[in-house]
Design a protein around this ligand. Structure first.
Ligand code: FAD
Length: 460
């Protein structure tokens, strides 16, 4: 509930001249206080993007390239989100059935990251036997740095180490009260893109989200070195690991952590081969639990393996700074993409991008994956309304929390789609600001024209 004094403050700040000069947070050195006791508005933007992850970084670059005053707010210290901080650095899928279906800013930066490292892209004209063959592995450091460079060149104001604590919507935009390292700061934006993956901003603004009874597990990405996999006695390892679990030397959760397949875990050298189940990655408490439990498992498994023949020199050469989260909530959008829409390749009338991936549900108890490839030729699309919280005007959600049922979401959540949605969300937000209207009312012809100018592929 917004108090009267607070409401007056919001209206006054949105309408009048209490806004500080300069549009970059970094330029504002003094935070003045009003008589209301609230923090003054320190900066004013056209578009605020919250979350500099897979979708959000692309959204902010697009908004900046359109010349809009853009701020990007991120809780961590680098862009890329799950692609970099959670180390899931294998974006997919940009190609379907021998042709490119997603391009634009995401593809520009992913392909540049490969080129910077002297790497080769797969031959996308050949339909692969298994979809991961068309995922593009990027170097995390190079990809994050390319994002930083592109954000800078696009003139985006970046505020790392900050999170919104309060989001208030007035007639003419939003006030976001941010928790920064030195205290609360309030900024104004005419449109907001929630790219937190978890619809945190949508929730703070008071719009509905859909919670699910069951959630896919998260994963802690690792790189293990210091052993010769081929020389290991795999049968013995399987047996002693199970005995360790049965005797209580290892916990059942340790077994789930290695996806109940210690040999597979060692074969993949950790990588994307861990599961941490029953977590709520949307809240700080839930995320903390995931981080603590997964690292406890890691330590147990590491100690156990180092006692086994051939693994005495085992090293954890890399551990992602944060657990990768596959699923939390989805927004209750103006339109919801259902499983049938996805697998039938429905072409929505106001589709903003394609999406391509198998239905890909990781077992909620950990261990297996239910993977169901799409029928040949099928390429699903994403409608504008799946990015718009129901009843909102200039608030969008880009990334894995787009409005979709669980099965459709298990495919829509992948990185190429998140990047395409981020770019589309920025263009929709920009046009809503320019046309002084709501996102659901913008002229789609103009949106498509801009998307094409910025090398995105528009369905249909
Ligand atoms: C283990 C794992 C394996 C996967 N495998 C693949 C794969 O092989 N190929 C593929 O394409 N996809 C894969 N995915 C899916 C894909 O990586 C994610 O769904 C996608 O990256 C999510 O993008 P996003 O932009 O929605 O969120 P993110 O990339 O997670 O970005 C969200 C950003 O918002 C920030 N943030 C969150 N909350 C706040 C807040 N309150 N305030 C400020 N900042 C905030 C985060 O720090 C982060 O930077 C995998 C996912 C996981 C977890």
């Amino acid at each position: 509930m917004v108090s009267n004094t607070r409401r007056e403050f919001i209206q006054a700040s949105l309408v009048s001249g209490t806004l500080a000069a300069g549009n970059a947070v970094g330029q504002v050195t003094e935070v003045k206080r009003q008589n209301t006791g609230e923090t003054a508005v320190t900066a004013e933007y056209d578009i605020a993007v919250v979350g500099a992850g897979t979708a959000g970084a692309i959204a902010a670059i697009q908004a900046g390239r359109l010349g809009l005053r853009t701020v990007l707010i991120e809780k961590n210290g680098m862009p890329g989100g799950t692609t970099t901080t959670a180390a899931v650095n294998f974006p997919g899928l940009f190609h379907a059935w021998g042709r490119q279906v997603i391009a634009g800013i995401g593809w520009e930066l992913v392909s540049r990251a490969v080129a910077e490292c002297g790497g080769q892209l797969p031959d996308f004209t050949v339909v692969p036997e298994r979809h991961p063959q068309h995922q593009v592995r990027v170097n995390r450091a190079v990809y994050a740095s390319l994002l930083c460079e592109a954000l800078h060149q696009a003139g985006v104001s970046v505020l790392f180490h900050s999170m919104p604590a309060r989001v208030e919507e007035g007639e003419d935009g939003f006030l976001l009260t941010l928790c920064t390292k030195t205290g609360l700061e309030t900024i104004k934006a005419l449109a907001v893109i929630d790219a937190t993956g978890d619809a945190n901003v949508v929730g703070l603004a008071g719009y509905s989200v859909v919670e699910h009874d069951t959630l896919q597990p998260g994963s802690l990405i690792l790189t293990l070195t210091g052993y010769d996999f081929n020389a290991l006695d795999k049968e013995r390892l399987r047996r002693v690991f199970q005995e360790g679990v049965d005797k209580g030397e290892l916990t059942p959760e340790d077994n789930t952590f290695v996806r109940r397949n210690i040999v597979g875990f060692l074969a993949a050298r950790g990588d994307n081969c861990t599961h941490i189940t029953n977590i709520n990655g949307r809240t700080s408490a839930g995320r903390s639990e995931a981080e603590l439990r997964s690292r406890t498992c890691l330590l147990h498994v590491y100690r156990f393996l180092r006692r086994q023949p051939g693994l005495e020199g085992l090293e954890i050469a890399f551990m992602a700074p944060e657990c990768g989260i596959r699923e939390t909530v989805t927004i209750q959008g103006e339109v919801t993409i259902m499983h049938e829409d996805y697998v039938s390749g429905r072409l929505w009338q106001d589709a903003v991008c394609y999406s391509f991936y198998p239905i890909d549900l990781h077992n909620v108890q950990g261990g297996g994956i239910d993977t169901r490839p799409l029928k040949p030729g099928t390429v699903p699309t994403v409608p504008r309304g799946a990015l718009v919280p129901r009843g909102s005007r200039r608030l969008l959600a880009a990334g894995r929390c787009l409005s979709s049922d669980r099965e459709a979401n298990s495919a829509l959540r992948v990185q190429a789609t998140c990047m395409a949605c981020g770019q589309a969300a920025a263009v929709l937000a920009a046009q809503a600001v320019r046309e002084n209207t709501g996102v659901m009312n913008v002229d789609m012809k103009g949106v498509y024209e801009i998307l094409r100018q910025h090398r995105a592929i528009v369905p249909g």
